[in-house]
Design a binder for this molecule. Structure first.
Ligand SMILES: C[S@@+](CC[C@H](N)C(=O)[O-])C[C@H]1O[C@@H](n2cnc3c(N)ncnc32)[C@H](O)[C@@H]1O
Ligand SMILES: [Zn+2]
Length: 188
């Protein structure tokens, strides 16, 4: 006996695809809530052991030229509106991920100078992992790794005891300290 499959309507196909994307952006380990650091943030729903893969950071795969173009646009918009700015993530030497899509829950993870998460590239995916044990209710954070050259555009409100005052890659903290000292000397 032959069984004929009923054709899906365009809306059903779209709905199925959106549902798939939405599911990919969810994780049982975390949920979105208002953040004391900035806007919305992502919080642990329960205890998360060290090195657990928590959630995927995903979006549109773009080449470096397109990435530069979008970064400049996002930063200009942020200066104009004060809105959250940068969603571009380095994937490889040739490609970046623009995570500015509504189903990418991980885009809402804020930066901290004392982060509890880290982004690892696993195969062709960016996966947010726990840097150490995380307790239920803790806000998930990672180091955005921003360049020190544009430190003034990104003041940090993470509230960590070791907060540098700016969202700058930990590797450039020494350089940041020098620049801040120079700025104080100029003012004085
Ligand atoms: C990708 S969004 C993160 C989600 C954001 N909280 C929201 O509600 O859209 C990145 C932006 O959040 C803000 N942000 C993240 N971490 C921050 C921090 N530690 N201090 C101040 N602003 C922060 C900055 O505006 C940054 O450009
Ligand atoms: Zn900070």
């Amino acid at each position: 006996m032959s069984v004929r499959k009923k054709a899906e309507s365009e809306e059903q196909v779209l709905h199925r695809k959106l549902l798939k994307l939405w599911k990919r952006g969810q994780s049982r380990y975390c949920e979105v809530r208002g953040s004391e650091i900035h806007g919305r943030g992502v919080y642990a729903t329960g205890f998360i052991p060290r090195e657990t893969p928590i959630i995927e950071y995903f979006g549109e795969k773009i080449d470096k030229a397109e990435s530069d173009r979008r970064s400049l646009l996002q930063q200009a918009k942020a200066r104009r509106t004060g809105d959250a700015a940068v969603y571009i993530f380095t994937l490889s030497k040739r490609y970046d991920i623009d995570g500015n899509v509504p189903w990418n829950t991980a885009r809402l993870i804020n930066h901290s100078c004392n982060p509890n998460c880290e982004a690892w590239i696993v195969g062709r995916k960016i996966i947010i992992h726990a840097l150490h044990d995380i307790q239920a209710g803790e806000e998930l954070t990672f180091d955005y790794g921003f360049d020190v050259d544009c430190y003034e555009d990104h003041p940090c409100l993470c509230g960590a005891a070791n907060c540098t005052g700016y969202i700058v890659s930990r590797q450039q903290w020494a350089e940041l300290a020098q620049r801040l000292q120079q700025a104080v000397r100029k003012e004085g």
